[in-house]
Write a protein that binds this ligand. Structure first.
Ligand code: ADP
Length: 163
C-alpha cells in the first residue's frame, strides 16, 4: 500500500528544522506532502502562501517523493482528500506540547481514522522557529546554517521590501 504522509504548517519561511523533519519523513513514507496553510489572516505572514510553497520547492527539488502545495480549511478534510491518513508534526521543546496535544485531540475528534505522528527535532535545531529567523534577519543578523542557503537572499529581500 502506498503510504502518504501530510506535513502541514505555516512555513513562513521554511527553516533547517522543517527541512530536517521533511527529509527524515521522506525516508519512512512513500510520499510526503508538505502542506502550506493558507491563512485567511494574510497580514500575519511575511510571505504569501504561493511564495512559501515556491521556497519549499526550491530546497526540496532533490527529494523525489515530495509534493508541495497550499491548502485552505480543515486539515483533516485536506488529508482525506489527498488519500492519506497520517499527519506529521515536529516537536521542539515542552512548550510545543500543549498546543500540539490540543490540535491532535481535536483532529482525532473530527476524524478518528487520521493519526498524528510526532518527530522529535534534531538538537541543533531545537531553538529554531520561523519567527526567530524573521526577527534576526529583520535586524540584519546572520541566518546562515539556520535556513537553507538557497533562500537566504529571498528572506532578506522580502524583509527589505516589506519595510
Ligand atoms: P505552525 O504555524 O502550524 O505551528 P510551523 O510552520 O511553525 O507551523 O511548523 C510546522 C511544524 O513543524 C510544527 O509541527 C512545528 O512544531 C514543527 N517545527 C517547527 N520548527 C521546528 C524545528 N526547529 N524542529 C522540529 N520541528 C519544527
Amino acid at each position: 500500500m502506498n503510504k502518504i504522509a501530510v506535513y502541514p504548517g505555516s512555513f513562513d519561511p521554511i527553516t533547517n528544522g522543517h527541512l530536517d523533519i521533511i527529509l527524515r519523513t521522506s525516508n519512512i513514507f512513500d510520499k510526503v506532502i508538505v502542506a502550506v496553510l493558507e491563512n485567511p489572516d494574510k497580514k500575519s505572514h511575511l510571505f504569501t502562501a504561493e511564495e512559501r510553497v515556491n521556497l519549499i520547492k526550491k530546497v526540496t527539488s532533490n527529494i523525489p517523493n515530495i509534493e508541495v502545495e497550499s491548502f485552505e480549511g480543515l486539515l483533516v478534510n485536506y488529508v482525506k482528500k489527498k488519500n492519506s491518513s497520517v499527519i506529521i508534526r515536529g516537536l521542539r521543546a515542552i512548550s510545543d506540547f500543549e498546543y500540539e496535544f490540543q490540535m491532535t485531540l481535536m483532529n482525532r475528534n473530527l476524524n478518528p481514522d487520521i493519526e498524528t505522528f510526532f518527530m522529535m527535532t534534531k538538537t541543533d535545531y531545537s531553538y529554531l522557529s520561523s519567527s526567530v529567523i524573521k526577527q534576526v534577519a529583520h535586524f540584519g543578523g546572520g541566518i546562515k546554517g539556520l535556513v537553507p542557503d538557497a533562500i537566504i537572499d529571498d528572506i532578506y529581500n522580502k524583509i527589505k521590501e516589506s519595510n
